[in-house]
Design a protein around this ligand. Structure first.
Ligand code: SF4
Length: 312
């Protein structure tokens, strides 16, 4: 994964997430290989916690999967979750989550997930991201998971070096229980990545499998940013061989400008090209943008006044 453009993005990102990962592809000396292009977490032994190499983070990103049944309230055309279902996850076992997280962080410290050219040991752990195989804010134990993750980061002495991230489609930020959890997450220094893909509201039905409701998105962006520092994570791809239209780019830009004008104080945009295969119906209609075309989209979005980092 190669970043393009001049702005450096925040660290962290996730397996099922559209972009994710970074350029490392070497195997650690003691463990299975991790590749940014392969986020198959079944290979990585555990149910709720999975290490991936992150394009964005420049190292190891430890994922927390609160949706092991692959439930989501959206159905993004590019989603890499095989067997994605519409629905709501049940509670995961927080004790098990903590145990698995302790194991992975300990393994990192002892070099299992080192790469040849990246940071080593505990320094390799760039972030812990709550994401997984569906929208994490659907989880009935989101608040407990946040506490568990923050506790593990402190226990392993990573508070100053490891980010905490929640990757969300943003659709449930306004719900009181979600907002309370996100506020606590912000209190732990956590960051939010809020999905806003490069497409028109009409195309959102295909792109995200959900209607685009402008006022709700603007309000949720403002609410999210008040709870924790918030970045936009945005997918740009070609549908039927055609890249994002001018109208699509203008639409995203106008949402960013209006959100900031309404006081959202967004931190920046992480713009992703299609890096891994989709497992959804219609996947054959999707293709990655040429890097130059992605760079053009990034440049256009910078007119919003926000820093934009693009990842091929
Ligand atoms: S929000 Fe989209 S990309 Fe994320 S898990 Fe749901 S369907 Fe997949």
């Amino acid at each position: 994964m190669t970043p393009i453009g001049n702005d450096s993005g925040p660290s962290g990102d996730r397996g099922r997430d559209p972009g994710g990962d970074h350029s490392g592809n070497q195997c650690g000396p003691n463990g299975p290989s991790l590749s940014p292009a392969d986020h198959d977490r079944k290979r990585h032994e555990r149910d709720l916690v999975y290490p991936v190499l992150s394009r964005r983070a420049g190292g190891l990103s430890v994922g927390i999967n609160l949706n092991p049944g692959r439930e989501c309230n959206w159905a993004c055309a590019y989603c890499e979750v095989d067997g994605l279902v519409r629905g709501t996850p049940g509670p995961v076992d927080i004790e098990k989550l903590s145990e698995e997280l302790d194991e992975v962080l300990l393994e990192a410290r002892t070099g299992r997930w080192d790469t040849e050219d990246g940071p080593r040991g505990a320094a390799a752990v760039r972030d812990i991201s709550i994401a997984g195989d569906g929208e994490p804010t659907l989880s009935p134990v989101l608040a407990e998971a946040i506490d568990a993750v923050a506790g593990a980061r402190a226990r392993h002495g990573l508070t100053d070096t490891c980010d905490l991230v929640i990757i969300t489609n943003g659709s449930r930020v306004h719900r009181p229980e979600v907002l309370a959890a996100l506020g606590a997450f912000g209190g732990h220094g956590g960051k939010l990545w809020f999905k806003l893909d490069v497409c028109t509201p009409v195309d959102a039905e295909f792109m995200n499998g959900a209607p685009f409701v402008r006022d709700r998105v603007l309000e949720n962006l403002k609410t999210a940013a008040a709870a924790a520092p918030t970045w936009i994570q945005s997918m740009a791809l070609a549908i039927d061989g055609r890249g994002p239209s001018e109208a699509a780019v203008e639409h995203v830009k106008s949402i960013l400008v209006n959100a900031n004008a309404a006081g959202a104080d967004l931190q920046g945009v992480l713009l992703y090209g299609l890096a891994r295969p989709s497992h959804q119906p219609g996947a054959d209609r999707l293709s990655a943008l040429d890097p130059k075309e992605l760079a053009k989209v990034a440049q256009a979005l910078r007119a919003s006044g926000l820093p934009v980092s693009a990842f091929v």
